[in-house]
Design a protein around this ligand. Structure first.
Ligand SMILES: Cc1cc2nc3c(=O)[nH]c(=O)nc-3n(C[C@H](O)[C@H](O)[C@H](O)COP(=O)(O)OP(=O)(O)OC[C@H]3O[C@@H](n4cnc5c(N)ncnc54)[C@H](O)[C@@H]3O)c2cc1C
Length: 417
């Protein structure tokens, strides 16, 4: 089933009776070439690119809940390529390029909107750091413009520029950054993978990973044993638990991150804005809700539900930055479980166990990474070689200390990234 304007028109005129389910509901087969554990954004994108780029369709994605029920459907939808360090810089640049052709590629409207992102700065030191980052982005071939105060005012006149504690001095503007509809990204990749023969198996929890003589041979699931030559672990906040099934101890901590949305308002914020002096970022959804979030809850947990101190911090930061937000009523808040790595950067690598592959450590920034991560992980699983854009995402950097990508400069502390 292909989507087009003509199709929408025809369906509208004929009672919308011709739409079909976007993907099948297959029973698990006893054996696959490749099993992907986790039907989030990264797992579905991996399956899609395995089939599309490498012609591998004897693949199953095993999801313990429903597709899109994890962090892929819980994030604040920000898409950007504004990293400064080698490793991250080329990877996120690669991912943004894939975003830019994604809707045509998937024939699915993921509502990718390049409305621009402004990272505000509030001091000379912060301006210098942003100028360095902007130069790194430009060197990578991406776009970055250092705005002064008046430049920011043109985009975001509603900010409190003269806040006594945190006056806005300017911002780093990334015009190609923006947002996308998060669950549509999962649906689009799911549909594309299913169309190419991948089995998407929901309500199928992996409970064990079978390893014989140092090589993976399959998985145990709530729907029976499944044999596989290769297994990819792509389970975001559950990475440590699932890797432990293969006897591995990952340098990953899980933390909850919350997000908030207000009632629908008339259009007021037409970019993404991030506060430089508190963890707060905001955009406006197409339905009019102000979508915003802050930092993680700062202690390790598997509870996908947040706590009030983090809520208070986010609300205070929002009020300091744009006091007009105080008039909006918060409609909903929710949480997701983040796989925090010691340097805040991800892992796309092989495990020491033959046939076992790891994709984790995306922290609270893995939504924008979905196309790049799926593309590079599929390349690694299909060819056995790392993709050029992701070759620095090695697991052993945490053992050797070589190649750490600590964008925030906060050291090896998970909850500071
Ligand atoms: C509140 C919030 C705001 C965020 N904002 C942004 C943002 O603005 N921009 C950005 O880039 N990133 C953001 N992120 C981060 C981003 O959402 C995540 O990094 C990314 O979605 C994680 O990858 P995923 O989509 O594959 O994860 P998930 O969707 O969580 O997928 C993992 C899947 O694995 C499944 N699973 C787990 N264990 C098993 C098992 N044993 N067997 C089978 N299946 C299993 C889970 O059910 C889940 O569906 C945010 C996250 C949150 C929570």
């Amino acid at each position: 089933m292909r989507f087009s304007g003509l199709r929408v028109l025809m369906e509208g005129l004929t009672g919308n009776k011709g739409w079909q389910a976007h993907w099948r509901d297959p029973a698990p087969k006893p054996e696959y070439d490749i099993v992907i554990i986790g039907g989030g954004g990264h797992g579905l994108a991996t399956a899609y690119y395995l089939a599309r780029e490498h012609g591998l369709a004897n693949v199953a994605v095993l999801e313990k809940g429903y597709l899109g029920g994890g962090n892929i459907g819980r994030n604040t939808t920000i898409v950007r390529a504004n990293y400064g360090l080698p490793g991250n810089s080329e990877f996120y640049s690669h991912s943004l390029k894939l975003w830019e052709g994604l809707e045509q590629d998937l024939n699915f409207n993921v509502m990718h909107s390049q409305r621009g992102i402004i990272n505000l700065f509030h001091s000379d030191g912060q301006r210098d750091a942003y100028a360095r980052r902007g130069n790194a982005m430009v060197n990578q071939g991406d776009d970055a413009i250092l705005l002064d105060r008046d430049g920011v005012r043109k985009h975001a006149p509603y900010l409190d520029f003269d806040n006594a504690r945190f006056p806005v001095r300017g911002g780093l503007y990334h015009p190609r950054g923006g947002t996308a509809r998060h669950d549509a990204v999962a649906w689009g990749y799911a549909r594309g993978a299913d169309m190419r023969g991948v089995d998407l198996i929901q309500n199928c929890e992996v409970t064990g990973i079978d390893v014989e003589n140092g090589a993976v041979t399959g998985v145990q699931t709530s729907r029976g044993a499944i044999r596989a030559k290769k297994v990819g672990i792509v389970v975001a906040g559950r990475s440590s638990q699932v890797a432990a099934m293969a006897g591995m101890r990952l340098p990953i901590e899980s933390h909850v991150l919350q997000a908030f949305v207000t009632e629908g308002l008339k259009p007021v914020i037409d970019t993404v804005v991030t506060f430089g002096m508190g963890h707060f970022y905001i955009s406006q959804s197409d339905k009019g809700g102000l979508v915003f979030g802050g930092d993680i809850d700062m202690y390790a947990s598997y509870a996908a539900r947040g706590n009030l101190p983090a809520v208070e911090h986010v609300m205070e930061a929002g009020m300091a930055l744009m006091p007009m937000i105080g008039k909006a009523r918060v409609l909903r808040s929710w949480g997701g479980i983040m796989d925090m790595s010691p340097d805040g950067s991800p892992v796309i690598d092989r495990a020491d166990i033959e046939g076992l592959y790891l994709n984790c450590g995306w922290c609270y920034g893995g939504f924008k990474a979905v196309p790049g991560s799926g593309h590079c992980f599929a390349h690694l699983m299909a060819t056995g070689r790392p993709h050029a854009a992701a070759q620095k995402f090695r697991l052993d950097r945490f053992r050797t200390g070589v190649g750490i990508m600590d964008e925030e400069g906060t050291g090896a502390q998970h909850n500071l990234h």
